[in-house]
Design a protein around this ligand. Sequence first.
Ligand SMILES: [Ca+2]
Ligand SMILES: [Ca+2]
Length: 478
Amino acid sequence: MTPHPVFIMIRPLVLLCSIALMGVTAFAENKPNVLLISIDDLNDWVGCLQGHPQALTPNIDRLAGTGTLFENAHCQSPVCNPSRASMMTGRYPHSTGIYFLSPDLKQAPALKDVKTMPEVFAANGYETLATGKLFHTGDKRFFQKYQPSGGFGPRPEKKISQPHGHPLWDWGVYPESDDQMPDIKAATWAAEQLQAKHTKPFFMGVGFYRPHVPMYAPQKWFDLHPRAGIQLPLVREDDRADLSQYAIDLTNLKHVSPTHQWMVDSGQWDHAVQAYLASVTFADHCLGIVLDALQSSEYADNTIVVLFSDHGFHLGEKQRWAKRSLWEDGTRVPIIVSAPGFKANQRSAQPVELLDVFPTLLELTGLPVDEEQQGQSLVPLMKDPSSDWQHPAITSFGRGNFAIRSARYRFIQYHDGSRELYDLENDPHEWTNLASRPEYKNVLAEHAAFLPTHQHPVLPGDSTGHQAYAAANVKLAK
Ligand SMILES: [Ca+2]
Ligand SMILES: [Ca+2]
């Protein structure tokens, strides 16, 4: 029987399609996996970053030893929500209007048609799964499989160290054992997933909540940092004398954390520093569980590992606490990229930013480049850590408030036009504002050239950031 002409036509087409499908499958199978690890509110108190002499992070250090440590890396915003929304979409806060803790990224008109990082990987054939905190909220929306870890974890009936104030703002030994800690649950779940069989390349997110407040951890983590020997950050009493009133207002007003004065007067400063160091070491231990599982899995040699934190954290430096500042303590974060085929144990001092992670992962996995993304792939620096790099790191806190961090300097310009300039090479604590010195006129101009020409208005919301920003601006208008 002679086949119908239509079938004759279809057969080669089916054959072609089958070959194409096989090709796609083979292509996807060869892709490296991605393991993206976030540590919430981790500043540079990390062994390999030398931000505090007593920081104890053997697992972060070991990860850095397998890849490239970006030691001059900075966030796009010194607050969780805008920092993570920016990193996960590849857009600056000043391009979307998400400057503070609200609104959610799905509420931003500029991001209406923008896929987030895990969604892009899913669209390209990856299995996506996560546990804990990768986005500020609602991680479940962005991954095919999501395991909640338990958030900030259990709290004692009565606060331990700060009797009043925000319910999350407390620190001390609690709970009894590690297995009550959500981050252990996250690490254990991630380890199980790494030991399981995956038929497609995976994009796995693991988000740890410590050292974010409450800075609670079991006794053994505090024992590793005895309170009697705690070294406090260096503070200069007259440090704030060379700041504008606007800068002081913006970084002081409407804050949920205790004031530095309260920390000093109540005798809690060293205890809070101890609790932060203990929380960091505990988070590092959780990271170790995940790294061990990866190392002993069949994915050890074809998985890209990226570790980051969403912003820095003050523990008394510049007489303030927590986040929401445009200084080095507020913006500096660890970024480590460990990828198959690249040299191990490298450090790059070029200024990079969290926004660079998305394009880096697209390049490393061979996924299509998104020209709309505003970061730069870090692959050239992974090939040569000191190669030429023309991009500073740009951080904002509210419309009109920017920090521009180059290899050597930090330039800040606030909404009222007031400026700061620090030479990090000679002044690592940013004590001396050089902005008014005539000899730095050119340095100021070089950095100011990176201030964005277009800034999205602040999207409305009710957050401490909105309140501080509004209060500073109201005072400015008077
Ligand atoms: Ca955070
Ligand atoms: Ca100063």
